[in-house]
Design a protein around this ligand. Structure first.
Ligand code: LLP
Length: 427
């Protein structure tokens, strides 16, 4: 987060609040989210893309009602991918026409709710769904605005991309073999839907712009084919999310204005060359907005040196509040934040309290050798895909999200209680 400082006593503060006070008031573990940072990142995306484009925040990264209100105030739209995310968005007052509804297997109930509420667009992911959405819209006496999600044959990895003839994964309709063109053909024939554009999302935690550029190039190519075949110029393209953030100092992320400039230039240039009207561009950043804005505050419970190996530092959370290390081998950093220390650095592994040896939060980190039970440590960049992927494994209670701003702290998602757990257990 941007408003982090360290006092003379070594205590770290965020938005002017010492972490020791946050731990006392809200307990640990806790996600501490800097609202000012969130808003300024959201605004940076909005400004970078300007009034002729749309920014849809990807709710899967982290969604709560406070977040929906901030997005609304900052002029962002919202991408949801389930009935639950849709319900959260609507309950916090996001206008339905600014919501995009995603997913590769939306249920008929979800589709009905989305159309009934008047969502701005549904992103169609399969041939079956094209027909399904068209039928439900017709039943409801509506014409639903839709995009078709295609796979452009670009596989984005963290630091590179590999162009493949065919993407072997569950999302979207392949451009290859004319499948995307066939999907467009069918969509244009159905009364219940209005095809407004083509969607492409190439992956996540990407640093290399070239994958986005190849995707933009191929989507414009399809728009041109559609114009040539049907005489129709689709007014929108969505290039998805995926911009990477810095988890450790080794990462060097791109800024929103860089991706805005690259995408706008390539789309404008290629549309001019093809004599196509330039479509309205939209993007769906999740991680890049919320990821850096939060850290997880843990209390150290035990410190176990294993001779010649490393020291295992157990904290009061673990894979239930951050599954990313276990699932993706993700890299995080960690720091002692409740005091200063002059002790030598020791090689440490920060682990959780779960009954599983893969329950690792930070694989390799240096922490002061005098680290002791009761110390507070913080893991930065946990705003995205941590609370949203949190579980109750071992019946561990999910931590709260505490929003800080200008010296104030307030809970925006409260800590789970044993009553919450037991309420669902009706046997
Ligand atoms: N749009 C679509 C259609 C997506 O599928 C995603 C992410 C996004 C936007 C947002 O991508 P972002 O800007 O956040 O990279 N759980 C994984 C990430 C899964 C991303 C899934 N889709 C992780 O923790 O790294």
């Amino acid at each position: 987060a941007e408003t982090v400082t360290r006092g003379d006593d070594g205590v770290v503060s965020v938005a002017g609040i010492p972490v020791t006070r946050l731990a006392e008031e809200f307990g640990t573990p806790a996600y501490i989210l800097d609202e000012t940072d969130f808003r300024s990142r959201a605004r940076a995306w909005r400004t970078a893309f300007g009034p002729d484009a749309d920014v849809f925040y990807a709710g899967k990264a982290f969604l709560s009602r406070a977040v929906v209100r901030w997005l609304n105030e900052e002029g962002l739209n919202l991408d949801v991918c389930s009935g639950g995310e849709l319900a959260t968005a609507l309950s916090a007052g996001m206008p339905a026409e600014r919501i995009a509804f995603h997913g590769n297997n939306k249920s008929p109930e979800e589709i009905r709710r989305a159309i009934g509420e008047g969502v701005g667009r549904i992103v169609l992911d399969s041939f079956q769904e094209i027909v399904r959405v068209a039928h439900i819209a017709q039943e409801l006496g509506k014409r639903q605005r839709v995009q078709i999600r295609i796979t452009v044959g670009v596989e984005a990895h963290t630091h590179e991309f590999i162009a493949t003839a065919h993407e072997d994964q569950k999302f979207g309709i392949p451009l290859a073999g004319g499948q995307a063109a066939e999907a467009v053909r069918r969509a244009l024939q159905l009364d219940g839907i209005e095809l407004i554009g083509i969607h492409s999302h190439i992956g996540s935690q990407i640093f290399d712009m070239s994958g986005f550029e190849v995707a933009a190039h191929r989507v414009v190519g399809l728009l041109k084919d559609i114009r040539d075949e049907h005489g129709v110029e689709l007014p929108e393209i969505d290039l998805g999310g995926g911009l990477g953030i810095a988890y450790t100092s080794a990462d060097d992320p791109r800024e929103p204005h860089e991706i805005a400039k690259a995408l706008t230039e390539i789309v404008t240039r290629e549309c001019e060359a093809a004599r196509l009207r330039t479509p309205r561009i939209s993007v769906e950043p999740g991680r890049a907005i919320v990821g850096p804005t939060a850290f997880t505050l843990y209390e150290v419970g035990t410190v176990k040196p294993l001779d010649g190996l490393r020291t295992y530092v157990s904290v009061d959370g673990g894979m239930s509040d951050n599954i990313r290390t276990a699932l993706y081998d993700a890299e995080y950093s960690v720091a002692l934040v409740s005091r200063s220390s002059d002790a030598e650095p020791m090689l440490a592994r920060v682990v959780g309290k779960h009954c599983e040896s893969g329950d690792i939060v930070v694989k390799d980190a240096f922490l002061p050798a005098d680290l002791a039970p009761g110390d507070l440590i913080a893991v930065p960049a946990t705003g995205a895909y941590c609370r949203s992927m949190a579980s109750n494994y071992n019946h561990v209670l999910r931590p709260p999200v505490v929003a800080v701003r200008d010296g104030d702290a307030r809970v925006i998602v409260r800590r789970e209680t044993e009553e919450d757990l037991l309420r669902l257990d009706v046997g």
